[in-house]
Write a protein that binds this ligand. Structure first.
Ligand code: NAP
Length: 346
């Protein structure tokens, strides 16, 4: 059954969110709307307010573990607008509406020879979801380029601008994931990209590959292509195998903890992140604890990437959370390290 609201907007009832979460869980939304412009977002929020319905914004569902049916209105923004908002000789400001595919934003920047987000190629999800967890890869994070974003207050319907600072972006974290969770709908983002060549090739996979190439011949598109190849070879494609990318955050430990671990595991990988703090790859911990490739019913730990939990089909969010907790307990017992979960569980 459909509820007709203003203009040509229609709200559907009891809609399966299987195509709207990359784990592919068959969770249902009591009410569902896909908007195709900002005006429709305002209209939907107004309708929800008048009908006392909570609103649950969803991008491509690539950072959620949905564990139960959602009561209220699930709002998916379908509009894709990516454009140059401002530019000079040094830099350009790119605007992307929330519904834009993140990878399309990256491709737009590459086409316009704008440097800064090529290392974030092929990260699944939308531009609107990118600030939620401050997406990052290969030494670059959204926080490096985000200038500001437009967000709509769900309760008042007022549109406000958040600066990069206001978003309190941290390691896979933001104010929208914590303090303001559920209170704002991100409508569009503004990114500042450089027109001057500036590559980030510190990560071993990139360094080894690009060291063989004359730096003056490296093109922006070469970097993006290499990242796409790396991601495709290492990470399961969510349209073929349900997953949300990295499930665990890399823990940061202190010097004393690292020293103890080095005494037990000579070859433990770690990266200095300043102030006598060290990042340990969560993938190494999960693999060392024996979980890589583990399968339980319809879910498991990916065979090549131990921080990626997968749904082989028919699994549920609750199964995934249970598996994640089993892994976390085991890692805690074996290494005395607490692993944090990257996606939001609901
Ligand atoms: P990798 O290169 O095998 O490295 C393993 C871990 O070590 C990574 O998690 C990375 O931390 C860290 N690391 C490696 N080189 C580093 C350096 N030079 N400085 C600081 N830290 C370093 O990792 P991978 O699994 O193939 O992933 C490659 C990149 O893609 C990583 O940045 C990873 O975070 C990213 N990724 C992102 C998503 C997403 O959805 N956002 C999903 C999967 C992978 P960091 O993770 O902090 O970079």
């Amino acid at each position: 059954m459909l509820k007709q609201i203003k203009s040509k907007l229609e709200i559907a009832e009891n809609v399966s969110l299987k195509p709207y979460n990359t784990f592919g869980f068959n969770i249902s939304a009591e009410l569902f709307i896909q908007t195709n412009c900002e005006e429709q977002v305002f209209e939907s929020l107004e309708w929800a307010r008048k009908n006392s319905r909570t609103v649950f914004p969803l991008g491509r569902g690539s950072s959620w573990v949905l564990t139960k049916d959602i009561s209220g209105l699930v709002l998916v923004q379908g509009n894709e607008t990516i454009c140059l908002a401002e530019e000079n000789d040094q830099y350009a400001i790119v605007y992307a509406s929330a519904g834009s595919s993140w990878h399309h934003v990256v491709l737009f920047c590459i086409k316009h020879q704008l440097f800064g987000i090529e290392n974030l190629s092929l990260i699944p999800g939308t531009a609107g979801a990118a600030p939620m967890q401050n997406i990052g890869a290969y030494g670059v994070e959204l926080s490096d380029v985000l200038v500001s974003l437009d967000a709509i207050n769900v309760t008042s319907g007022e549109k406000v601008q958040f600066s990069n600072f206001d978003c309190t972006l941290g390691y896979r974290n933001s104010i929208f994931k914590k303090k303001l969770q559920g209170q704002f709908i991100i409508a569009g983002i503004y990114l500042k990209l450089s027109k001057l060549k500036n590559y980030h090739l510190d990560y071993a996979d990139l360094r080894v590959f690009f060291n063989q190439i004359d730096p003056s011949t490296i093109k922006l598109s070469d970097i993006s292509k290499k990242i796409c190849d790396l991601r495709s070879s290492k990470l399961p494609n969510p349209s073929a195998l349900g997953n949300v990318g990295s499930f665990f955050k890399n823990p940061i430990i202190n010097q004393a903890c690292l020293n103890k671990l080095i005494r037990r595991f000579e070859s433990i990988p770690f990266h200095h992140v300043g102030d006598k703090k060290y990042k340990i790859p969560a993938a190494w911990l999960v693999e060392k604890a024996g979980w890589k490739g583990y399968k339980r019913g319809n879910i498991g730990v990916h065979t090549n990437q131990s921080i990626v939990l997968v749904n082989y089909g028919g699994g549920t969010g609750k199964d995934i959370i249970q598996l994640a907790n089993n892994i976390r307990s085991d890692v805690c017992v074996q290494f005395h390290i607490n692993l944090d979960i990257e996606p939001v569980c609901r």
